[in-house]
Design a protein around this ligand. Structure first.
Ligand SMILES: Nc1ncnc2c1ncn2[C@@H]1O[C@H](COP(=O)(O)OP(=O)(O)OP(=O)(O)O)[C@@H](O)[C@H]1O
Length: 306
């Protein structure tokens, strides 16, 4: 393809995503998107470097092939390189694929080149602490969590043989097993919150900051609607004893979390969370650092196609 070809396309494929569909995805890319160049990520976070490289090399459409973590890595690379005008395509080939839920992914990957499918997409941003105490910044497209769910996420994303087997058998079973392990020794935590500048203190089980309504492979906090344009959905799960947490988790697993008394939802443009003991922060399915964390939203910052 010529360097400034308007249809110059590259697929960035994470071979470590998902649990079983690798060869099928490779075949589909070769047959349905033969004009696209194909790059593979070689290590965690490599998608960020390749996303940046794709912008530098003049690609107009960059297709992330993998899970939410791969999409997030590639989006971060594109945005870091100032590629706001690049189209970001997504082929859901990961474990959870929550970004694509509620959107109708193309049946023929060639349709990712159809500009009538483009959608201007808000991008979340979070500033947080690295383990060494320095500050870091990341964009997100799916969600962030602080609290019990980030601890469960830590367990769920561990690439252990038991996790792999459980995920192959049933995603919900794997989540339930990770939840049970995380719950052992869990206590509610006191946090300081700032929602659109308004400060409050709460004892919480979890705080989620959602760009899409789904997490952990299609679970919801009772709504399948995304936040309004230019907003984030801040969902607090208030603190409770282990039995109370189990009861809430059970309702979430069953899809019955709407109007649950322990769940509070508010649409915000900014949110800050801090705790005396730093809590792990999960961003788009990966643990990236710790609180304090400050979230904001960049309206219509990217064009995505699914
Ligand atoms: N070659 C690689 N080997 C190991 N890890 C990789 C490699 N390339 C990328 N990664 C990392 O793998 C992580 C998980 O990828 P991804 O999220 O796409 O898959 P998943 O966890 O199966 O899907 P989902 O996030 O939808 O559950 C990402 O954080 C990414 O940085």
């Amino acid at each position: 393809m010529a360097a400034d070809d308007p249809e110059k396309v590259v697929c960035i494929v994470n071979p470590a995503s998902g649990v079983q569909r690798r060869r099928m995805i490779d075949r589909r890319l070769a047959v349905e998107l033969p004009e696209a160049d194909r790059w593979q990520t070689r290590y965690p976070g490599h998608g960020v470097d390749l996303g940046r490289q794709a912008v530098t090399d003049g690609y107009r459409t960059v297709v992330a092939v993998g899970g939410d973590g791969t999409l997030s890595d590639v989006a971060n690379g594109i945005l870091a390189a100032g590629g706001d005008r690049v189209r970001l395509g997504y082929v859901p080939a990961g474990t959870c694929n929550d970004f694509a839920r509620g959107r109708k992914p193309v049946t023929d990957l060639g349709d990712l080149l159809d500009r009538s499918r483009d959608r201007r997409t808000d991008v979340g941003a979070v500033t947080f602490s690295r383990p060494d105490g320095t500050s870091a910044h990341r964009f997100f497209l799916v969600n962030c969590t602080v609290g019990l769910i980030s601890v469960i996420g830590l367990r769920f994303t561990e690439k252990t043989p038991v996790n792999r087997v459980l995920k192959r058998i049933n995603l919900q079973l794997a989540e339930a097993a990770s939840g049970a392990r995380a719950l052992v020794g869990w206590k509610p935590v006191d946090v300081r919150l700032e929602l659109d500048g308004e400060r409050s203190r709460h004892r919480i089980t979890n705080v989620a900051v959602l760009k899409v309504p789904f997490f952990a492979g299609g679970l919801t906090f009772g709504s399948v609607e995304p936040p309004e344009a230019g907003h984030l959905d801040a969902v607090q799960v208030l603190g409770a004893g282990r039995i109370g947490v189990l009861a809430t988790m059970w309702q979430v697993f069953r899809g019955n979390a709407a109007r649950h008394p322990a769940i509070r939802r508010q649409q915000v443009q900014t949110l800050r969370i801090d705790a005396d003991t730093p809590l792990p922060l999960e961003v788009d399915g990966e643990i990236v650092g710790y609180t304090p964390a400050a979230f904001s939203i960049h309206p219509s910052r990217l064009t995505t196609v699914v």
